[in-house]
Design a protein around this ligand. Structure first.
Ligand SMILES: [Zn+2]
Length: 77
């Protein structure tokens, strides 16, 4: 299974756009945009992550909810 066939670990159908590099539960490392947004809204954003699409999709989600952003330090790697 290569990266191209990888699905969101949470919903099992979305295309992952971000990977959690320090997952609390290793079963959930890859997140699609909808599930990643849900995490942010829930107040439990991914703290150390890697963008998978070569553009800051998750970063933009965080900006949309920037009130949360200052509480965390993010890796940009
Ligand atoms: Zn998903």
């Amino acid at each position: 299974m290569g990266a191209h066939s990888r699905k969101c670990d949470w919903c099992g159908c979305g295309t992952p756009i971000v990977r959690d590099l320090q997952p609390v539960n290793t079963d959930y490392q890859y997140w699609c945009v909808e599930c990643a947004r849900a995490l942010i809204i829930k107040g439990d954003p991914i703290e150390v992550y890697r963008e998978l699409e070569g553009e800051p999709i998750y970063g933009r989600l965080l900006d949309e909810h920037c009130a949360l952003k200052r509480f965390y330090s993010f890796a940009s790697a």
